[in-house]
Design a protein around this ligand. Structure first.
Ligand code: HSE
Length: 304
């Protein structure tokens, strides 16, 4: 039998953008990755299951690279450890799997090196590693987060826990974030950017006030990325119409895609997920909730 881990880290999946909150807004979801950390003579990573089978298991793995990045920032040497990972988070589907790995790496380094990092330090390191702040901030802090991350200056606000249900539609194909970002124009006219900014402002204020009907409407008024990415998503416009007919608050691309995020009335997510899967069988649906908590550490109980 495998020995008890020294500690375990659980990190939630995230959905980013909420449409016009591009690269700024994130929300943690009740789907988790758990990393058990044990002593070892060399770094190695073991993933349970097929989904993550193709990821590197040596020190080129993103979790280990992040651990080493954190150690380097604080001028510390870190001993190798073995990481055993179980995850419910679909990989490469727009649910923040790389941000989850970065968040896990930060928590593991913090724990192994006794750094006592503050939440602000963790989100700063996470955003610098990820290159944008939306997914990784939500993965570390939980709930709905709004970030300003420009030229390494980071400000973060956490909104009250949203009372909604969530449906995620996951297609079979993977879409790399770099590829999906490559579809976006380098520049936008001022009038277009100000329309996107207005949609995001109203959406976030509505979320803060708990008015999800309005928030859902504004979520669908993105001008920053949706139109450039949606040609890669099967049936996107039909799904939007079906979501409205089913009483959803709103739908948008989850992160860089190719999954779709649907915000629904709390308690209706199972029913709407079933109906969407029947109507759009190309997608697998997941009915979940926002996660109020971000990354957490569970330690081995001290021996008696
Ligand atoms: N904000 C990012 C994007 C999320 O839309 O490209 C994916 O990492």
């Amino acid at each position: 039998m495998m020995e008890e881990p020294l500690f375990s880290v659980a990190v939630p999946a995230t959905t980013a953008n909420f449409g016009p909150g591009y690269d700024s807004v994130g929300m943690a979801l009740s789907l988790y990755m758990t990393v058990d950390v044990r002593e070892s003579v060399e770094w190695n990573v073991h993933y349970d299951g097929e989904e993550y089978a193709d990821l590197p298991t040596d020190d080129t793995n993103l979790i280990i690279r992040t651990i080493q990045d954190v150690a380097g920032r604080y001028g510390k040497e870190i001993q190798p450890h073995a990481l055993h990972i179980t995850s419910d988070i679909p990989l490469g589907k727009g649910l923040g799997s790389s941000a989850t790995a970065i968040a896990a790496g930060i928590e593991i380094a913090n724990e192994l090196l006794g750094l006592s990092l503050t939440p602000q330090e963790k989100v700063q390191i996470g955003s610098e590693n990820e290159g944008h702040a939306d997914n990784v901030v939500a993965a570390l802090l939980g709930g709905v987060t709004v970030a300003y991350f420009v030229a390494d200056e980071l400000e973060v606000v956490q909104l009250p826990q949203p009372a909604i249900g969530v449906v995620i539609l996951v297609p079979p194909n993977v879409l790399k974030t770099t590829e999906s970002r490559g579809l976006l124009p380098r520049e936008l006219p001022h009038s277009v950017a100000s329309a996107g900014n207005a949609a995001s402002n109203v959406m976030l204020t509505a979320i803060a006030l708990g008015d999800w009907k309005l928030a859902g409407k504004m979520m669908e008024k993105d001008v920053f990325h949706e139109q450039y990415r949606k040609p890669l998503l099967n049936d996107f416009d039909h799904i939007r119409t079906a979501c409205h007919e089913m009483g959803a608050y709103g739908m948008t691309i989850s992160g860089a895609g190719p999954s779709i995020f649907v915000a629904v009335k709390e308690g209706t997510q199972e029913e709407i997920a079933k109906r969407l899967e029947t109507e759009f069988p190309h997608y697998k649906t997941i009915a979940i909730a926002p996660s109020p908590i971000g990354s957490t550490i569970k330690k081995k109980p001290a021996s008696q």
